[in-house]
Write a protein that binds this ligand. Sequence first.
Ligand code: F6P
Length: 467
Amino acid sequence: MASSFGAAQVLVASNRGPVSYEVGEDGSLHAKRGGGGLVSGLSAIGPDAGALWVCSALGDGDREAVRRGVGEDGVRMLDVPADVHADAYNGIANSVLWFVHHMLYQTPLEPVFDAEFRRQWASYEAYNRAFAEALAEEAAEGAAAMVQDYHLTLVPGMLRELRPDLRISHFSHTPWAPVDYFRLLPDDIAEQVLRGMLGADRLGFLTRRWADAFTACCDALTGGLGATEIGVHGLGGDADFLRKRSHEADVDERMAVLREEIGTAPEGGARRTIVRVDRTELSKNIVRGLLAYRELLARRPEWRERVVHVAFAYPSRQDLAVYRDYTAEVRRVAEAVNEEFGTAGWTPVVLNLEDDFARSLAAYRLADVALVNPVRDGMNLVAKEVPVVSDAGCALVLSREAGAYEELGEDAVVVNPYDVTGTAEALHEALGLPAGERAERSKRLAAAGTALPPARWFLDQLEALRG
Ligand code: F6P
């Protein structure tokens, strides 16, 4: 029935799409384009490649755009009912699957898999089905469908049933949980997730470690991978873009403001900087980072007045109370450090909670030390980007639980993210690295961190999928 096939040769499916809409006061719709690896990848295959991005309407603006039939070429937004989306995205994806893969539960009291969980799971299934049906409708015969992330684990299996002719992949941008932790999920749900993903021809992960964890879960629960192939694709930073963008006028302006805030050391010259830039995820470990900085100032008083911790923690998933509480805790601990150690001319922590990409790049340029200490992270692109952008080269304090550790571990100062004293000592070591060694290490970190730029990362997967 060739006539029922769609026209798209390459399809990407993800919860968050490349564009979002806001309704202005006059009722007009404003489109905002996002960035990231998939955006670069799709632009690399060119406008005539027959690519289609299937994503979900996320807010009221997006829903309005769908209703008015406004859209960008190459993007199909699904208007999944808001309550179904909320259950699937907030309830299951972000409060269960994200927690499992990042090992975030405080297990004496959570998780609780009860009737409410089952109700939300039904929404997750419906939302996955909406994606599978849209992909099935839009795909040309034999097309490549590239499904993204923990939001859409059931899509490959559902799509396989609807369209056995397609080449289907799934890519996990998160870590994968170790078997024992994955098995916190009810047995039938754990198996459904794995079997859903195994509907793909090819599964991609950011590191060998996450790929092995997935394979171990399949060995324990589904009797192995079957015919599905596994690939490791360690997304890197985009050196050309970063170098160019970080020297534009808006970044220079923000550098001037930041320099003022950072100020001058007692013996003259700019104070040293410890820079971190994160979305405020529970997994980023911002609070322990602040506690480590506090301990550095307590244990090593020689750094007082001579260093500033520039911490940018941008809002994420504010619909979830636990994220709002975490953000409040970040603010509280930063204020406590400033209260305890600050002086008339020195603010030890410069905290900013409002997203500003140009200001992030300004901080990267000024970084002496980059602090990346997540309790668990699929990759962490900040670790890869700061060494590329920093003007004088930076030292990297890096958690061994970040995916980036696999590629950057050798030239970083490596920490156990739970060890606050160890992190304080790592900060001390990083701040004290001789300039020559720091520059050398930073150069190697930048090279390793940009070895697989986004466009190549995407094209490699597409080529491998097409076989
Ligand atoms: O960073 C991991 C990741 O899964 C990305 O692939 C994805 O874009 C993001 O998290 C999801 O975040 P959000 O909930 O803001 O869309």
